[in-house]
Design a protein around this ligand. Structure first.
Ligand code: MG
Length: 202
C-alpha cells in the first residue's frame, strides 16, 4: 500500500514558524499565537487579517505576501518547526508495511530535504515530492507512482483531500494543521483524525 503524506501541518508542526514570521512582518501586531491560529483555522487569509485588523491597503497586503513567500522557507524560520508529537515512531512502524511518500507544496526542495533529514526521516520514505508551487500534488504523484484505490492521501487542508480524490485513493484529514474539523468536513474525506498517529490504516 502507498501512503502519501502532506508535510506542513501533517507531519510537521509549522504553526510557530508561521506565527513568528507574521509577527516579524507586521511589527504593529500584538496578536497572540492562539489568536492568530484561531483566525487561520476559521479560514481567514492573511489579506483579510491585514486589511480588517491592521488597515492594510491592497498594495500593502500584496507586499506582505511577497515578503512572506520570500522568507517562510528560510532555514532560520524552518528551525522553529517541530515534528508532530509521536510522528517519528508512527512513521517507522508504518514504513515496515507500506510505501511512504511526502508530497509538499514547499518552494525549496533543498531546504525541505535538509529539514526532513534533520528529523531522521529520509530513509523512511520511498520518495519526497516537492511541487515548488508550479505543479499540482496529484499530477506529481501520478507520474511517479502506480496508484491503487486502496492507497491513502493524508493532509491537513481541503486541497490535500481534493488531491487524494483526484487520484482516486482514500483520504484522511488531520486536525494538527491549518484547518478546523468543520472546514475539513466540507471536503468529505474518508476519515478525520486529530493527528497522523491516530490513523489505523496500516
Ligand atoms: Mg499542510
Amino acid at each position: 500500500m502507498n501512503i502519501f503524506f502532506d508535510l506542513d501541518g501533517t507531519l510537521v508542526d509549522s504553526r510557530l514558524r508561521m506565527y513568528s514570521l507574521f509577527q516579524s512582518l507586521v511589527s504593529e501586531s500584538k496578536m497572540s499565537f492562539d489568536a492568530y491560529w484561531r483566525l487561520k483555522k476559521e479560514n481567514y487569509k492573511h489579506r483579510d487579517i491585514l486589511q480588517k485588523m491592521f488597515s492594510y491597503s491592497e498594495q500593502e497586503s500584496m507586499a506582505f505576501e511577497g515578503e512572506w513567500l520570500k522568507s517562510i522557507e528560510l532555514p532560520s524560520w524552518l528551525a522553529l518547526d517541530r515534528p508532530v508529537e509521536g510522528v517519528t515512531e508512527y512513521l517507522k512502524r508504518a514504513s515496515e508495511k507500506s510505501n511512504l511518500y511526502i508530497v509538499t507544496a514547499r518552494q525549496s526542495e533543498k531546504n525541505a530535504l535538509s529539514q526532513i533529514s534533520s528529523f531522521g526521516w529520509l530513509e523512511l520514505f520511498d520518495k519526497i515530492m516537492v511541487t515548488n508551487l508550479v505543479k499540482q500534488k496529484h499530477e506529481m504523484i501520478k507520474y511517479v507512482v502506480k496508484i491503487e484505490k486502496t492507497d491513502w492521501f493524508i493532509g491537513d487542508t481541503g486541497a490535500d483531500i481534493e488531491s487524494g480524490k483526484k487520484l482516486g485513493v482514500k483520504t484522511a484529514g488531520v486536525l494538527s494543521g491549518f484547518m478546523s474539523k468543520e472546514g475539513l468536513l466540507t471536503y468529505k474525506p474518508d476519515l478525520i483524525v486529530n493527528s497522523v498517529v491516530d490513523l489505523k490504516i496500516t
